[in-house]
Design a protein around this ligand. Structure first.
Ligand code: G4P
Length: 544
């Protein structure tokens, strides 16, 4: 028996069922929906696992990750992920903590799949930025932070791996301020230098959270909260230093303030060691206390859909091939307003078609559980939702369309041909499907001498996914021929003739009708920007 998991599952069922009379607004107030952004190896999988442990979603740490030969729960179902030890697809982890439903949306760890992460960031209300204490703000963290900033998402910072020597805490605060433009406002300041993590100074009430030596790891860390006097008697040497540092930082940066955090001006900071479960429970407390719940959402026509309005949600991810036994097509929807009830017919705003919701699930890695009800902030996976695409709005009642999910400028391009020309039909079907799933973008041009499409990706590994799935799922092996372009910019149709005349530049059109100008290098792009400022060249394909 798994008593911890069972108890947690019962709690979650009860929270999702709510009472029949529950207003969606009340359910929304108790939701926290967020994602973790980080550079690979900062400890995202470890933190996810530690959060799952505290939410009771798993009884013991060390079983979530698919890495390093551990039993993988989160994402071991795609062959390629297993072979490469990377997480390509995202799932949502859901559990109850302090009477709140926590939805942690998983993001792929590999930079080549950052486009998937961007999409996930359209489905959350806040982000946790996880920083390796020894490495500071790394490249991928910055890229993802920029997306959060663009979307106006509040960002909470976790400095991880404090159980190991790293940069100094004050130095890290300077780096965050300098690189992000946000003012870090520590909430939990480390007691003991990196490598000697004794506890946390809680700046909310100036108390000391002392960790019991030897606790933590696969199970919860045991800690005791005490006043500063008692703390000084216990860990006087290091606690006095922590108090002094905390005074320095709060006198220059101020203390955590919910309004500035939610406005994106400041970032509350927590120090942790995810692998030892230190600081993790406190992080959950802060998320529940201060991270924003789901709110009203702007629609494409400039109006607002209130959380209390009838059901609506947006598809932020579509995944096929999750279950090798059945060819299935799963659409992940973040509920934005109202109550989702399994079996209710919902309308796809793009084409007016009714989408059946009989097969609504919660998906955590390879594990699927049926879902009866979901509320604003929750994620529902609808199986067999063919025809549903990334960015689609589904609704009940009054019609609503949410702004499209932005796609990012691709940097890798390859002509894609069927290895066997007789399989033209399979080829078309597969490529179109992968385009709509958002695995790659498919571009074409009448000016090219052949009908084969050009695939465009943010990272080259997306091409490996295409080859793998075209051969395995669509029974149509493909050949990919890389093209020498490095940069793409979105343009509009009236600029196509002028751009097409520039040597080395090509304009292609995606299946969705977006026009992309492809450049062999940055210099060519910069020259056109300088000589022809009237030509529209946007880095983002669509904004939301
Ligand atoms: P990622 O998902 O962000 O890529 O990172 P992941 O959790 O896989 O962690 C990367 C490495 O960092 C792992 O070590 C993990 O154990 C370690 N790590 C995570 N959090 C902490 C922490 O708080 N303190 C310390 N000291 N290490 C941490 P690995 O050697 O790559 O793998 P493993 O064999 O330990 O699993």
């Amino acid at each position: 028996a798994q008593p911890v998991e069972d108890a947690a599952a019962d709690l979650l069922e009860a929270a999702l069922a709510e009472a029949d009379g529950t207003a969606p607004v009340e359910a929304a107030v108790r939701r926290r929906t967020f994602a973790v952004i980080s550079h690979p190896d900062a400890g995202k999988s470890t933190l996810t696992e530690a959060l799952a442990l505290h939410g009771g979603a798993i009884g013991q740490a060390g079983i979530v990750q698919g890495k390093g030969g551990r039993r993988g729960v989160v994402s071991d179902w795609l062959d390629m992920e297993k072979a490469r030890g990377i997480s390509i697809t995202s799932a949502a982890l859901q559990f109850v903590y302090r009477d709140h439903v926590v939805n942690l949306l998983d993001t792929p760890g590999h930079a080549d799949f950052s486009e998937d992460t961007y999409r996930v960031l359209t489905a959350v209300d806040s982000a946790v930025m996880l920083v390796d204490a020894a490495k500071g703000m790394e490249r991928q963290t910055m890229k993802l932070f920029d997306v959060c900033k663009l979307r106006g998402l509040p960002v909470l910072t976790v400095i991880n791996k404090w159980d190991r020597p790293g940069l100094e805490a004050l130095e890290l605060m300077d780096e965050i301020a300098e690189k992000t433009g946000m003012t870090p406002t520590p909430v939990l300041w480390p007691v003991g230098i990196g490598g000697d993590f004794r506890g946390l100074l809680d700046l909310r009430d100036d108390s000391y959270i002392a960790f019991e030596a030897g606790s933590g790891g696969a199970t919860r860390t045991v800690w005791t909260r005490m006043g500063l006097d008692e703390g000084l008697a216990r860990d006087g040497d290091v606690l006095a230093t922590a108090v002094e540092e905390a005074e320095l930082i709060t006198s220059s940066n101020g203390r955590h303030d919910e309004e500035s955090f939610r406005a994106g001006r400041t970032s509350p900071v927590v120090f942790a060691a995810a692998v030892l479960n230190r600081g993790v429970e406190q992080l959950l407390d802060i998320l529940v206390e201060t991270a924003p719940p789901p709110g009203d959402r702007p629609t494409v026509d400039g109006a607002v859909r209130h959380v209390g309005d009838p059901f609506s949600g947006q598809v932020f991810k579509v995944q096929a091939g999750m279950d090798s036994n059945h060819r299935d097509h799963v659409a992940f929807i973040r509920v934005s307003s109202g109550r989702f009830h399994r079996g209710q017919g919902v309308v796809n705003a793009r084409n007016g078609k009714v989408v059946g919701t009989k097969y609504a699930h919660r998906v955590f890695g390879g594990t699927r559980t049926g879902v009866e009800d979901a509320w604003p902030g929750d994620v529902v996976a609808i199986v067999n939702a063919s025809g549903v695409r990334v960015g689609d709005t589904l609704f009940e009642g009054r019609s609503v369309t949410y702004p499209p999910i932005p796609t990012f400028a691709p940097e890798h391009f390859a002509v894609c041909r069927a290895a066997d020309l007789a399989k033209y039909k399979q080829f078309q079907r597969g490529i179109t499907e992968l385009h709509h799933e958002g695995v790659v973008q498919t571009l074409r041009s009448d000016m090219r001498g052949e009908p084969s499409p050009v695939l465009a990706a943010v990272g080259p590994m997306q091409f490996d996914v295409v080859s793998h799935r075209m051969a395995g799922e669509f029974n149509c092996p493909v050949q990919l021929e890389p093209l020498g372009y490095q940069i793409a910019r979105r343009t509009t149709s009236e600029h196509i003739p002028a751009l097409s005349r520039v040597p080395g530049v090509e304009v292609l059109t995606s299946l969705d009708g977006d026009h992309f100008a492809l450049f062999p290098d940055r210099w060519r792009l910069q020259r056109i920007e300088r000589d022809h400022p009237e030509i529209v060249l946007d880095a983002l394909a669509a904004d939301s």
